[in-house]
Write a protein that binds this ligand. Structure first.
Ligand code: ZN
Length: 380
């Protein structure tokens, strides 16, 4: 007889164990971020329950940061930490219950397919082997991890460097939104593909500035929404500080030094089962020119990728009502440019559901690759 145990001492591990006496009544609590009250992310390994019916009860799901996130949501599980599949999950408004009969003594559970700090370092290192890529260390996070910027362009192209458009992409301001870095991985793979015609033209027309991970501390700590100092980085853009939000301070300064013609800020949304974008319509500087750029980008993306749509979203912010502490609004206002927040689901894309995996890392990668198409049209 194996003894039941739950481990969280690994990258992004997070859960509180209330009761672990019997496999069919494991009682858990979703943990708060390390220095803030948001609670939603979980990631843990259950040992010793092979071939027994396991019931996981998340007792405080109804008190989490986004309780609506559990309606229609299914927990992901993995034996090999590579393939993550959805398991039977119910939510009664307070408690979330997930059931599985594990086929092995160790099984991992998570809110969404994880993307570890080691994977992040692998992504940077692998991109930096391309001769189109320059890796720049901008500075340190609160806990001393690297803030890294990738600059990507084809210097041997036909467009003079001073005429190239400056395209920014930042991801994982909210560290538990791991789909955002999967998105960047897919984006970079396609952008660095020597044989992809769209990528070739974009590398010529544009200089890309990509920050694949805005919040490495928060991710390692197993946080959903905040960094090691408890800051929600996507509310720090108006007045970032070296103590509370050095991650934003460093990237914002790089933007001010270099300039921005377009920014894409990549996120995951707990509630809506769709991929969608949020624009800058509530900013004081919003204009018919920006509105036309937004519409053209959305039309081009929806026409070329069935996983993107523009019918289901947050709705429009009223004129002048934008929160300028958000990256998208601050950047649009500061640079007078097109800026989008891109949201992917934690659940699934209800237009093209996949019962086995739901929305996944691989599907996020494919969506990241697909954004080259609207960029091609925008940059023409
Ligand atoms: Zn987010």
């Amino acid at each position: 007889m194996h003894k039941l145990h739950i481990s969280t001492q690994f990258d992004s591990g997070a859960i509180e164990v209330v009761q672990l006496d019997r496999a069919d009544d494991i009682q858990l609590r979703i943990r708060k971020d390390s220095a803030a009250d948001f609670a939603q992310w979980f990631h843990f390994c259950l040992h010793g329950a092979a071939f027994q019916p396991v019931t996981l009860r998340f007792l405080n799901a109804g008190d989490s940061a986004y309780p609506k996130g559990w309606d229609g949501y299914q927990v992901v599980a993995s034996y090999d930490r590579q393939e993550w599949t959805r398991i039977d999950t119910q939510f009664d408004g307070q408690e979330m219950t997930a059931r599985l009969t594990p086929m092995a003594q160790a099984v991992y559970f998570a809110y969404f397919e994880p993307y570890s700090y080691e994977q992040h370092l692998d992504l940077l290192a692998s991109a930096a082997t391309s001769h189109w890529v320059t890796q720049q260390r901008l500075g340190s996070t609160v806990q001393g991890r690297d803030m890294t910027l990738l600059r990507i362009t084809d210097e041997a192209g036909t467009t003079p460097i001073e005429q190239k458009k400056k395209v920014w992409m930042i991801a994982r301001q909210h560290p538990g939104e791991t789909m955002a870095e999967w998105f960047v991985e897919g984006f970079l793979e396609r952008l660095l593909d020597a044989d992809d015609a769209v990528a070739r033209v974009l590398r010529d027309r544009c200089v890309f500035y990509v920050v694949p991970h805005m919040n490495p501390d928060g991710a390692v700590l197993g946080n959903l929404r905040t960094n090691a100092a408890g800051a929600n980085l996507n509310r720090e853009w108006a007045e970032p500080t070296a103590e509370r939000s050095p991650e934003v301070l460093l990237v914002r300064q790089a933007m001010l030094d270099i300039g921005v013609d377009l920014n894409l800020d990549i996120h995951g949304d707990e509630g809506l089962p769709y991929n969608f974008v949020v624009g800058s319509e509530g900013t004081p500087g919003y204009s018919p020119r920006i509105a036309a750029l937004e519409d053209a980008f959305k039309v081009a993306w929806a026409a070329s990728c069935p996983d993107f749509q523009d019918r289901h979203n947050y709705g429009k912010t009223a004129p002048g009502q934008a929160n300028l502490t958000l990256a998208t609004n601050w950047i649009a206002q500061q640079f007078g440019c097109l800026a989008f927040t891109i949201e992917m689901p934690f659940k699934d894309n209800a237009d093209l559901p996949d019962p086995l995996v739901g929305w996944s890392g691989e599907r996020s990668k494919k969506l990241g690759a697909s954004v080259l198409q609207p960029l091609l049209q925008w940059s023409a």
